[in-house]
Write a protein that binds this ligand. Structure first.
Ligand code: SF4
Ligand code: SF4
Length: 131
């Protein structure tokens, strides 16, 4: 014989306290916070490089360099991303990309802002030991 349904006793102060939300699927999840506080980010590498090669300040992040990058054909190398990472103080992420540059100089030939990217990469390759 079927037993009658007996609801579990709930906490009268907070009825939802004992619910286990971590096992429930809502169809979305909360992403890790990606805010960058530029007041505390370590932008020292970017400032050092821009003192030696000031043209890096002219970057408009158009992606022309990334689309012609020789290393980018086989890896995730992109000078546009390197430039962004350094401005945001994400030096470790930039370091991983800098290591992949072949110093071929194709990016410098297509940059609409006439940035000497190859020279910038040479400086950065010397700097990455401090990253
Ligand atoms: S092509 Fe020049 S301006 Fe465009 S993202 Fe690359 S470095 Fe910046
Ligand atoms: S110099 Fe480096 S970043 Fe520029 S196209 Fe060559 S491999 Fe890519």
């Amino acid at each position: 014989m079927r037993q009658a349904y007996k609801p579990k006793p709930v906490n009268p102060v907070n009825p939802v306290k004992k619910m286990k939300y971590k096992h429930m699927k809502f169809g979305f999840s909360i992403h890790k916070d990606r805010q960058i506080n530029l007041d505390i980010a370590d932008r020292s590498v970017f400032h050092r490089v821009s003192l030696i090669e000031p043209s890096i300040n002219r970057c408009i992040f158009c992606g022309g360099c990334s689309s012609t990058c020789s290393a980018g054909m086989f890896t995730d190398m992109s000078f546009r991303r390197v430039s962004l990472f350094l401005r945001r103080g994400m030096n470790k992420e930039a370091k991983e990309l800098i290591k992949k540059c072949l110093l071929c100089g194709k990016c410098s030939m297509v940059c609409p802002r006439d940035i000497n990217i190859r020279h910038t990469m040479i400086i950065l390759k010397k700097e990455i030991d401090s990253l």
